[in-house]
Design a protein around this ligand. Sequence first.
Ligand code: MRU
Length: 327
Amino acid sequence: MEVRAFLWRGDHLLLLDQRRLPEEEVWLELRDHLQVAEAIKGMAVRGAPAIGCVAAYGYLLGVRSGQDPKEVRRVLERTRPTAYNLFYALDRMEKALLEGRDLEEEARSIEREDYEANVRMGEFGNTLVPQKAKILTHCNTGALATAGWGTALGVVRTAKRSGKEIHVWVDETRPYLQGARLTAWELLKEGIPHTLITDSTAGFLMRRGEVDLILVGADRITARGDVANKIGTYSLSVLAKVHGVPFYVVAPSSTFDLSIRSGEEIPIEERSEEELKTCGGKRIAPEGTPAYHIAFDVTPAENITAIITEKGIISPVTEENVRKCLS
Ligand code: MRU
């Protein structure tokens, strides 16, 4: 069966608790916007597009129960500041409310459109994947991170299903291990050949000619094409440039924040030191050692070969091309 991160049930939201994967598949039943906000902040659901979809249902639950819509929005938007899809979805829900449109219908549309965008990006992205390809990916950008199918991992899925010979290098993605726990889990379920590596292995693999292309997702993309994504993405882009490896970003138009030009304006989420100083619940650094845990970095447009969206492929990545593609 197709992997799903969440299921809307008419009066509540079922959420696959991604903190428990790959060991067990536990579904949480969320009945109000506070529970939804807690699930987003606590990483039970993650990945910018999935966060957006789930927040839309959270907004619906909150407003439907008679809560002040402004307060509902405030609670939801304070969860993950970098993921632009969160703000995109809340803007759409707020607009629907103002215009007297059906909120449940709007949330369902946001979910449906995200799924369709992923399928489309899979098709566009597949045109860039050679018949035989060793692909490196970072974090998790699959069905778990979206309304289904996936962005960067969606391209991998489409390529594999179109008969291409694909092998995926999976960055483990410290410290939250989205690669090791989630991407590997999805690829295994789908029968796509893959190998797990530590994040620091990527550069040497590129040097040895073992990587044909890199596919990553995005949390927020500015008007000039700078991309915020999981910490470690920037380093990969530099390595790709040095070794002449194509570096592709796959993201729907709902991830683009055209109100800002430069990546320096993107708010970068800082998470707890504890998440860095522990692994799988076990302490791996002295309690007294300070740690700096930023969840995202910014890759400048110059380092990106192309951005694949559901509206087309942006290359070279310039403000003019971004605006042209999205308009
Ligand atoms: O902290 P996360 O797991 O929410 O970070 C996820 C990413 O960085 C993804 O690459 C991004 O959200 C795109 S997911 C389709």
